[in-house]
Design a protein around this ligand. Structure first.
Ligand SMILES: [Zn+2]
Length: 442
């Protein structure tokens, strides 16, 4: 049975609440590209799906990069002369610039100022800042908080460590009949930010759960990795596996109220690009297809010229374009159960296309076969024909070995599921045959 049909039988509201609850359980953790935060996150994902955890030591060369030192943090604050914590990591982990080196000193405000980050346009929000590859320290605070600071000496403390350790990532492999793979990749390195990218983590985890134990054509590889350096590390250490990737999706920012956006792979016309295009066309929500560009999330690495993998990026609102992006306003209210559930269902529809797309040969190509005799046509003439019968005509006409079911769905303007159902029925009735060697059915 198709994944989508199964979703339609379940309560989407309940699935949405489960997705949101899972994101909420991960939300408080202070994640980074290395360290105990991403380890805890992966352990919680591992509670739901069989995840293999990999650790790669600091200093390991990965193409033009090296695995960085491991960062961990226990506490951080700015304390006023009266002993009050005016900025407190315990209240919100965004208050510390991610990867800040340790510091403990009492210094005047004007010396602290170059290390403070705010968003004047949104004076209540705390920005998210990082300094992974340049050793530095900093605090992020609301502009209102900054305005309240008087000229005085403040105790600044960042109780962090930056030392040789490991880069940690998680990998879940769901085996299908073929060793050809579908890659699902999402970054797991951001601290308390919901849309970017707890939305992607939650949807990917539920997808892996949903696919497990099923009879699948493709094998599915889910990666939960630190952004950029994680994808580079995985690609550097998995050249052979990367050659088996036939289709791929980076999932990010898919829980907000915006319509869908799909950024095409570098190839621009890969099957995944067309499959997503077809599903978005029929999904009943607003959507937009974007051309590939070499900036964004980990599709940049998968689509680098040496690999040029067919991997696109599925989003709702596009990273960097919504005001809440990389701020404390990207919180659990910003992502919605219904949107998460619909994103999950959309991914299932995309997998249905990948799983079901193949070419057939019409076994009766000289004029139309007589469908009525086979109970495949309406019984009384004169009415307009139903979508099911319409789909049968399209499939019969274009199943000349030159057109896949995806081609037929695109050309007919009909949903892939209708075309696929028609092909199944015609095959069962001996009117279609899969092309030997490219058949996906067992
Ligand atoms: Zn981000």
């Amino acid at each position: 049975m198709s994944l989508l049909k199964e979703f339609e039988r379940r309560d989407l509201g309940e699935i949405g609440r489960d997705l949101h609850d899972f994101a909420a359980s991960l939300y408080p953790i202070c994640r980074s590209i290395t360290g105990s935060g991403i380890r805890r996150t992966l352990a919680m994902i591992q509670d739901r799906i069989p995840l293999r955890i990999h650790e790669v030591p600091t200093g390991t060369p990965v193409f033009d990069w090296n695995v960085p030192k491991e960062w961990n943090i226990r506490d951080a604050y700015i304390k006023a002369p009266d002993g009050r914590r005016v900025v407190d990591f315990q209240q919100c982990n965004l208050h510390v610039m991610n990867y800040s080196i340790p510091v403990h000193a009492t210094i005047p405000l004007n010396e602290i100022r170059p290390h403070l980050f705010t968003i004047p346009d949104h004076p209540d929000w705390i920005p998210y800042r990082t300094s992974y590859y340049k050793e530095d320290w900093g605090f992020c605070l609301s502009h209102n908080q900054l305005a309240e600071l008087k000229d005085a000496d403040y105790e600044v403390c960042i109780d962090s460590t930056l030392e040789d350790g490991q880069l940690t990532y998680g990998e879940c492999y769901v085996a299908g009949r073929s060793s050809d793979e579908v890659l699902i990749s999402c970054h797991a390195c951001h601290p308390s930010l919901a849309n970017d990218n707890l939305s992607g983590l939650a949807v990917a985890t539920f997808l892996a759960e949903h696919l497990s134990g099923r009879d699948l054509h493709y094998s599915y590889r889910f990666l939960f990795i630190p952004g950029t350096i994680g994808a580079i590390t995985w690609l550097a250490q998995n050249r052979e596996a990367s050659e088996r990737i036939r289709h791929g999706l980076v999932l990010t920012c898919i829980g907000d109220a915006g319509g869908f956006h799909y950024k095409k792979s570098r190839r621009g016309n890969a099957e995944i690009d067309r499959a997503v295009g077809c599903v978005l066309r029929d999904c009943g929500e607003s959507s937009e297809i974007l051309n590939f560009s070499p900036y964004g999330y980990d599709e940049r690495q998968y689509c680098s010229p040496g690999f040029n993998l067919p991997v696109g990026c599925l989003m709702r609102s596009v990273w960097g374009t919504f005001p809440e992006y990389h701020t404390s306003a990207d919180n659990l209210d910003f992502i919605q159960p219904a949107q998460l559930a619909r994103s999950l269902r959309l991914c299932a529809s995309i997998f249905d296309v990948l799983e079901g797309n193949q070419s057939y040969l019409n076994q009766n190509p000289y004029c139309e076969p007589q469908l009525g005799r086979r109970n495949l046509y309406r019984s009384t003439g004169g009415d307009s024909i139903s979508i099911e019968i319409h789909a049968r005509f399209w499939v019969l006409n274009l199943s000349d070995g030159e057109h896949s079911l995806l081609d037929i769905a695109e050309r007919s303007g009909m949903p892939f599921a209708a075309i696929h159902d028609a092909a199944e029925l015609l095959r069962e009735n001996g009117l279609l045959k899969g092309i030997v060697g490219v058949e996906k059915a067992p």
